[in-house]
Design a protein around this ligand. Structure first.
Ligand code: F6P
Length: 348
């Protein structure tokens, strides 16, 4: 059992009902949408577990190549999430990273859901964490019609809720509905129930962990190289004091966005995916990855930006567009923003 005393347990269901009671005008639709997503999350977690166990216990018996396995899991996740969102007639369209043509779910539905159904899937091969990321917007067209393209290209600021499900050593659901902070739930697999693990989490103001893929070093801009040197505690010259102090920062990079974000949310510090010659506009997707996570970070008291520009303020022009991103503890992100600016702008 997750917690030994039943009286202390708060289920996701209970949390949702009690939260909704605080808002007399709430219709309960957003609550239902979160329930639907959590149901899909349980089904996806179960399929990932089975795949990992089958692979580990009988690798010779696995007929799938790793690429096929990843594709199957991604399609499975997408199908389950879409099925779950079709159940309640609340969602008008679902847009997924793999298939950007909006799937009209119910023309009368009030919400648009943008999904990265399974991010970092290759990590399944090494039993590392992967995740589902979701972003929820309100439509502004009349119910009964098909929402227009502009409705799927809203600024991140317009999100009414966002979150992620982390499939790792345990299954974790993290979401924000803006007015209730960021809350973290853990799945007790034996009971099939998500329990509240951390209420209203706050990302520490400052952290000692930095996270970015350093193999892109040769393609980084000068500002990123400068900031990286600072994080590593690089001396400016050989004359500097040589008593070899312990480094201030620890380096951690999983290469699975949800997992790197989850660590940053809990421990503070900074995660960066800057632009480079390899990814001139960054690698991570604004609508599927950066906006939902930026909302989580901000609601938890952290910061998320793209070279000084707030992620949530970016006006999207393409559902697939990518953006550089820097996120985490406010102090770390502000420091990075200062360093990442080109030198000729630094005195301005
Ligand atoms: O977008 C897919 C993804 O796997 C993210 O989950 C992760 O943060 C990123 O790519 C890792 O990219 P790279 O392997 O290039 O560092």
């Amino acid at each position: 059992m997750l917690v030994s005393r039943t009286k202390d347990l708060v289920t996701l269901e209970e949390f949702i009902i009690k939260s909704q009671q605080k808002f007399p005008h709430a219709t309960g639709e957003l609550s239902q949408l979160l329930r639907d997503l959590s149901l899909a999350g349980k089904i996806i977690a179960d399929e990932i577990n089975k795949t990992v166990v089958r692979n580990a216990s009988n690798p010779e018996g696995m007929t799938e190549e790793p690429q096929e396995r990843m594709k199957r899991l991604e399609e499975f996740a997408e199908t389950q999430l879409t099925f779950a969102l079709k159940r309640s007639g609340i969602v008008c369209s679902v847009i997924t990273d793999d298939d950007a043509t909006p799937d009209t779910v119910d023309p009368n539905g009030k919400y648009i859901v943008i999904l990265d159904p399974l991010d970092g899937t290759f990590n399944v091969e090494i039993n590392a964490s992967i995740g589902t990321i979701f972003s929820i917007y309100k439509r502004f067209s009349e119910p009964g019609t098909t929402p227009g393209e502009a409705e799927s290209l809203q600024q991140g600021l317009n999100q009414v809720a966002s979150g992620y499900i982390l499939y790792g050593s345990s299954v974790i659901l993290v979401f924000t509905t803006k007015n209730l902070g960021v809350n973290i739930f853990t799945l007790d697999e034996s009971l099939g129930e998500f329990f509240l693990a951390i209420r209203d989490i706050e990302v520490p103001d400052e952290g000692k962990t930095f996270s970015l893929n350093t193999s892109y070093y040769n393609g980084w801009d000068a500002g990123v190289k400068r900031y990286y040197a600072k994080l590593r505690g690089e001396k400016k010259s050989d004359e500097e004091d040589d008593d070899n102090p312990k480094p201030v920062y620890s380096y951690r990079y999983i290469g699975s966005f949800v997992a790197d974000v989850h660590r940053t949310l809990l421990e503070g510090g900074i995660f960066l995916f800057p632009r480079s010659d390899y990814y001139p506009e960054g690698k991570l997707k604004l609508m599927y990855q950066c906006n939902p996570i930026a909302l989580i970070m901000e609601q938890a008291g952290g910061r998320a930006s793209a070279i000084g520009k707030r992620i949530l303020n970016i006006t999207p022009t393409d559902i697939h567009q990518t953006t550089p991103i820097t996120l985490g503890s406010v102090k770390n992100v502000l420091e990075a923003e200062r360093e990442l600016r080109p030198l000729d702008e630094q005195s301005v």
